[in-house]
Design a protein around this ligand. Structure first.
Ligand code: ADP
Length: 327
């Protein structure tokens, strides 16, 4: 009998999941396996939404954001009784391996599932926030950064024509990664993230001097974690006399046509995950560090908080700390 393998998406969706599904089906068949889709994450696992996957299911999806098989959060999966129902659904179909696209919460859930029911899994870190410990890169981040870049570039056009300060708020939960990388690569004047606390008043003299020399717009990127976009906008109005607008990018950051990098990473992550399961790895997460793939335990990934890359933080401090502000 051919080995059977299933894939599911859990937690927030990201652009790059569809390319991962395509590779999953193609590579599973290439390895002589029978691939299955589980619709709507752990909810679908409990409700037995486990469907054989074929080439036709993945035709044409590589260009689409989101995930064709849906994603979900599941309160029920935290209850061992529902995990038993989920395991019985898989056992009835003789599915012995699972690939999970999700975040550290999903991996923690899978770790319990493996300990209780012995169903092997490999996790693929997938979140636009890039806040999973143990991996430099999570699926979906590159597309989100490109969506943000396009929005900032567009806002710059209007800001420069109308003498305004724009406060652009990015996602990222408690992590400043999206805001910092976007601010550096979009040439923003100011970047506010939780990892680098600053006093906004320390910029006043420098910005006044820039205005005196002809600066007629400001682009500020703020991480959603700080929850102070309106306050910053008022500061520009009150302290610098600049008309200000807040732009919360919101869920546009989650969507969009997957970037070349995310498509390629989806292909590589899935290939490593299937190879690992076939080689007998029972419960791991495939991570990407310094251009290499490696496998980590759930504890390494889920028990420690994520820390923003030090090299990026140095760049950010050089660019955005008040002491480095160019008069
Ligand atoms: P992410 O995977 O993006 O971190 P969540 O933290 O919301 O997202 O977790 C996704 C799902 O994983 C939850 O809805 C739940 O079903 C499952 N999960 C999370 N933590 C646990 C846990 N400790 N035990 C069992 N299931 C869990």
């Amino acid at each position: 009998m051919k080995p059977k393998i299933a894939i599911l998406c859990s937690g927030g969706d990201v652009s790059g999941m569809n390319p991962a599904l395509k590779r999953f089906v193609e590579y599973a068949y290439a390895k002589g396996m029978e691939p299955y889709f589980i619709h709507r994450g752990f909810e679908g696992l409990i409700d037995n939404k486990i469907i054989p996957a074929s080439y036709t299911d993945v035709a044409g999806i590589i260009t689409r954001g989101g995930t064709k098989i849906g994603s979900a959060r599941s309160i029920r999966f935290k209850d061992p009784a529902y995990r038993t129902i989920a395991a019985n659904n898989l056992k009835r179909l003789r599915i012995t391996m699972l690939i999970v696209l999700g975040g550290d919460g999903s991996f923690r859930g899978m770790e319990r599932f493996y300990a209780e029911h012995g169903i092997s899994f490999c996790g693929i870190p997938s979140t636009i926030d890039n806040d999973i410990n143990g991996t430099d890169y999570c699926l979906g981040v590159d597309t989100a950064l490109n969506v943000i870049k396009n929005s900032i570039d567009d806002i710059r056009d209007t800001a420069s024509s109308f003498r305004r300060a724009f406060i652009i708020e990015t996602m990222g939960r408690n992590c400043g990664y999206l805001a910092l990388v976007s601010a550096i690569t979009s040439g923003a004047e100011l970047c506010l993230i939780p990892e680098v606390p600053v006093n906004i008043d320390d910029y006043k003299g420098c910005f006044q001097s820039q205005i005196a020399k002809g600066r007629d717009y400001f682009i500020t990127i703020v991480s959603e974690a700080l929850q102070n976009s309106e306050e910053i906008a008022q500061w520009f109005e009150k302290e610098l006399g600049f008309e200000s607008r807040v732009n919360v990018l919101g869920h546009t950051q989650r969507g969009g046509n997957p970037s070349v990098y995310d498509r390629l990473m989806a292909y590589k992550f899935v290939t490593y995950a299937i190879d690992a399961l076939l080689a007998g790895k029972t419960h791991s997460v495939i991570c990407y560090n310094k251009s290499h793939f490696n496998f980590k335990t759930i504890d390494e990934v889920a028990l420690h908080p994520y820390h923003l890359d030090e090299e990026l933080l140095i760049l950010g401090r050089e660019q955005f700390l008040p002491s480095h502000c160019q008069m």
